[in-house]
Write a protein that binds this ligand. Structure first.
Ligand code: F0G
Length: 348
């Protein structure tokens, strides 16, 4: 079968009919890469796989949910969509809305979204509103607007988003032939952990769901909303997640955990992925691998009886946030056109 996006591939398991117009950019079918170098680096007797969602058309996992949300919006004759976003939802909504001929508005926290995402939303012609406030403030306003005006909400509170995103779990089961033992995933607004768990449970299987929030933006771990969330991982800088309860349900039903990783741990994992595996992700995405590193000893102690299969979701592409990459890596050397100096700089 020629691959035509997640709706074509998983139609039977999605709330679509033959009448649903499929708005797609051929999202999904993303690589599940074995991470042998990280296995070696961690000295861990497990198989680690990385689900690289940065390979989606707009560079993040949001496209899986957005193809569903926008297709259903068109089916329901909606003319305009709106979302609050830390950036990736905005980029994805703007792209799919453009393709569908819908109007799109996005409300983003001013100064807190990565440059790549902002440029995407702008280029796809969305109305971009930079709110003086944080993501939680933006979501509250968007919910108020969608209650009063005929705009379709395309945040993950829209159930079609979750339906689309659950297909990532289907792809993992298809690839491995079964569910992994552990699934590590970043947690922000908590839609994605909810979606994966839905996907796994529809197959009556499931790994332990291991969700990770940034330590300065960890309301689920702290047990109360965080007023001023702080983290360099701007995608998950969220203090009051919309799918809070469902994330807890995924954690409890799967006998997993939701825990924190520090910005330092996130940056360490971010650099490891790029330098050891050739995979460039945005900082929030590295929270899954940072979580795996944090839980390595727990897993190793249990792995004595059996060899575990571990999947880490890498939610978004590194090019989304070039500023952070440049701040995190060794700066280029500026050198005259002098062969001697150039050879010295190369190390020859
Ligand atoms: N990783 C990235 C790269 C994200 O953009 C997000 C969420 C998450 C992880 C967390 O996923 O919210 O489903 O728990 N980004 C949203 C946005 C909030 O607006 O783009 P979640």
């Amino acid at each position: 079968m020629i691959y035509k996006g997640i709706i074509e591939r998983y139609k039977k398991y999605l709330p679509v009919t033959d009448k649903t117009p499929i708005i797609t950019l051929y999202e999904g079918n993303t690589p599940l890469l074995r991470a042998k170098n990280i296995e070696k680096f961690l000295d861990i007797n497990c198989e680690i796989y990385l689900k690289f969602e940065g390979a989606n058309p707009t560079g993040s996992f949001k496209d899986r949910g957005m193809t569903m949300a926008i297709s259903k919006a068109v089916e329901c004759r909606s003319k305009a969509v709106i979302c609050a976003s830390t950036g990736n939802t905005a980029a994805s909504a703007a792209a799919y809305a453009a393709r569908a001929g819908l109007k799109c508005s996005v409300i983003i926290p001013d100064g807190s979204i990565a440059l790549g995402k902002l440029s995407q939303a702008m280029m796809h012609g969305a109305k971009v509103i930079a709110l003086k406030g944080n993501f939680d403030d933006a979501l509250k306003i968007v919910l108020e607007i969608t209650e009063k005006y005929p705009l379709t909400l395309v945040n993950s509170l829209n159930p079609y988003r979750i339906e689309g995103q659950k297909t990532a779990a289907f792809e993992i089961i298809d690839f491995l032939g079964r569910a992994p033992d552990y699934h590590f995933i970043p947690v922000g607004n908590a839609g994605n952990i909810t979606a994966y768990w839905k996907g796994y449970t529809e197959w009556k299987t499931g790994p332990k769901m291991m969700g990770f929030q940034a330590s300065g933006a960890a309301p689920i771990v702290r047990g109360k909303p965080v007023k001023n969330p702080k983290t360099i991982a701007t995608a998950i800088k969220i203090g009051n997640p919309a799918s809070w309860k469902k994330a807890e349900q995924a954690r409890d039903e799967s006998k997993g955990v939701i825990d924190t990783v520090t910005d330092g741990e996130i940056i360490k994992a971010y650099k490891l992925l790029a330098s050891l595996e050739g995979i460039f992700v945005e900082p929030a995405s590295a929270a899954s691998v940072a979580g795996l590193i944090k839980y390595k000893d727990v897993i190793v102690s249990k792995a004595k009886q059996s060899r575990f299969t571990i999947v880490c979701t890498l939610t978004g592409h590194g090019l989304k946030d070039p500023d952070r990459a440049i701040k995190s890596a060794i700066q280029p050397k500026v050198i005259d056109q002098n062969m001697k100096k150039i050879l010295k700089a190369i190390g020859l």
